[in-house]
Design a protein around this ligand. Structure first.
Ligand SMILES: Nc1ncnc2c1ncn2[C@@H]1O[C@H](COP(=O)(O)OP(=O)(O)OP(=O)(O)O)[C@@H](O)[C@H]1O
Ligand SMILES: [Mg+2]
Length: 329
């Protein structure tokens, strides 16, 4: 059984211009011990999907309007009360945000912040929690951990702060870590170190990780399976090799063709023309149809097909066309 099964999830944000269906029928599974990547253009609902899992909307006017978020052995998180969710957060599922500064309290020493995560959920003495915090800093390879325990967040570099956030996420040994663009605020070498750290944790503890990123290179490096999102929906999912080596959906193909460095030359970049639709009143039919060079009249009508297998059963996509010409973009 999967560790996490998301089924037909729908999440809405209400605003003055209407209701944005940021997540509109998303389904995917995360298996024990796997790193699952979610990619897609800005605004396609990656964060909204992740935030829905623990109902962490940061005060935004969001609600889960339907679907299921089944955590193995725990139940449907979509329907859980705030009180029950508070027992799942951190302990079973932990969240790593993009900007470590928003996750840390600027006025509290980091040793105390990590210790408080532990003391919130476990009955341990202050000294034991501090010792555990020190051990966690070692685990995330913070140098001179004894000294860092008494530092304030602003005294640390961005990379160190993100390590502290990861230490907090690991503190209660969760079964699933959701990392929403954990490295975009960091420079490239530090990005590499943080991603390696996450992969090592998965290797040593079997924790599953959902990793949201804009970077297909990162997905190819550390993810096992992945989903490609477009305008609130998953358009393709499968193993990283299946999706990146033999992309099925025209959007995935366009995304890959838009990658710089495919042939090592910047001028070979083929950007995807146009922009994604608004999510308040998206076009009928396939939402990618207005930008798709393979679109036919029927693509813009009715509901697009649900994710379905094509050839290999674990590789699914949501395109109406049975044959997409075998050229990129
Ligand atoms: N705080 C908010 N208030 C209102 N609408 C929101 C809010 N946050 C997100 N949305 C809506 O949800 C949609 C999806 O946003 P989301 O943050 O999930 O995108 P994303 O894929 O994570 O993008 P990015 O790559 O830029 O992080 C947005 O296009 C917008 O319509
Ligand atoms: Mg986001």
């Amino acid at each position: 059984m999967s560790l996490l099964s998301i089924r037909d999830l729908r999440t809405e944000f209400s605003g003055p211009a209407g209701i944005a269906r940021a997540v509109d029928g998303v389904s995917f599974d995360v298996e024990p011990g796997e790193i699952f990547g979610i990619v897609g253009e800005s605004g396609c609902g990656k964060s909204a999907t992740c935030r829905s899992i623990l109902h962490l909307f940061g005060g935004a006017p969001a609600r889960i309007a339907g679907g299921e978020i089944l955590l193995e052995g725990t139940g449907d998180l979509a329907r859980m009360t705030e009180r029950d969710l508070s027992r799942v957060r951190g302990r079973e599922v932990a969240f790593i945000f993009q900007d470590p500064l928003t996750a840390l309290n600027p006025t509290m020493r980091i040793g105390k912040q990590i210790a408080e995560v532990i003391r919130c959920h476990r009955k341990v003495s202050k000294a034991e929690a501090r010792a555990a915090a020190l051990e966690l800093l070692r685990e995330v390879q913070v140098t001179s951990p004894e000294r860092r325990l008494d530092a304030y967040p602003h005294e640390l570099s961005g990379g160190l702060r993100q390590r502290v956030v990861i230490a907090m996420a690991l503190a209660l040994r969760p079964r699933l870590i959701i990392a929403d663009e954990p490295t975009t605020a960091l420079d490239v070498t530090v990005q590499d170190q943080i991603l390696r750290l996450l992969r090592e944790r998965r290797d040593s503890t079997g924790t599953s990780i959902i990793l949201v990123t804009h970077d297909l290179g990162v997905v190819s490096q550390i993810c096992d399976r992945m989903a490609v999102m477009y305008a609130g929906r998953v358009v393709e999912t499968g193993s990283v090799r299946q999706v990146l080596d033999t992309p099925l959906h025209p959007y995935t193909r366009a995304l890959l063709a838009a990658l710089p460095g495919q042939t090592g030359r910047e001028r070979d970049l083929t950007p995807i023309e146009g922009s994604p639709p608004g999510l308040i009143s998206p076009p009928p039919g396939c939402r990618f149809a207005p930008r798709c060079r393979f679109a036919r009249p029927e693509c813009a009508v009715g509901q697009p097909p649900a994710l379905h297998p094509r050839g290999e059963t674990a590789h699914l996509d949501a395109c109406i066309l049975t044959e997409v010409p075998d050229v990129l973009a």
